[in-house]
Design a protein around this ligand. Structure first.
Ligand SMILES: [Zn+2]
Length: 192
């Protein structure tokens, strides 16, 4: 998998693509993306316990819009686990409590709205690294996870998206993201 040092600028993909129930929102981000959790086998990383509730908060982010960034068809496996132990039904999976998470094919985005505003960009395997390998993310990221506001996931235009971003609908049509929902591009053009 691509390696970034923690807190280095994220430069993996120029565009952001985030999956919503209506379709995929694709846009060029104006926020500064900060890499966290892009581990590799030949690089050292910090081991430590995370605060109580951290993994649960990270899983809630994973379950919301911020957990569906830059999805891929294939998946990356953890480089620290023997692959056969990780795979179930051919997919890498991680268990936490009553959840079975299939990780390795999307990224997480976590906004920090206080200045300096930025967006943490992590592979969703970061959940696995924390649970199985005692990976200790940087304190800034831990603080942001603990401060995650679940109500962002309810917003049509949450802190992840620029208003007016195009939504590529499942039926192949193009739409535009607005606070009230998605509108067909044709309707929007008529109003101008
Ligand atoms: Zn592993």
């Amino acid at each position: 998998m691509t390696y970034f040092a923690d807190l280095a600028p994220y430069t993996y993909a120029e565009q952001e693509s985030i999956r919503l129930p209506d379709g995929d929102v694709v846009f060029l981000p104006r926020y500064h993306r900060v890499a966290v959790g892009w581990l590799a086998r030949d690089r050292e990383f910090r081991h430590a316990a995370v605060p109580t509730g951290f993994v649960e908060a990270l899983i809630r982010i994973h379950d919301g819009p911020g957990g569906h960034a830059n999805g891929t068809r294939g998946f990356h496996c953890c480089e620290f686990c023997p692959a056969p132990d990780l795979l179930r039904d051919g997919l890498p999976h991680t268990v936490h409590g009553d959840r079975s998470l299939f990780l390795g094919s999307a990224e997480i985005r976590l906004p920090v709205l206080q200045p300096p505003r930025r967006m943490f960009a992590a592979p969703n395997l970061i959940i696995h690294y924390v649970i199985e390998h005692d990976y200790a993310p940087p304190a800034e990221f831990v603080d942001a996870v603990m401060a995650y506001d679940d109500s962002w996931a309810e917003l049509r235009v949450g802190p992840w998206f620029p208003a007016g971003a195009h939504v590529h609908l499942r039926n192949g049509r193009l739409s535009t993201l607005t606070p009230n929902g998605v509108k067909r591009v044709r309707e929007i053009r008529r109003k101008r």
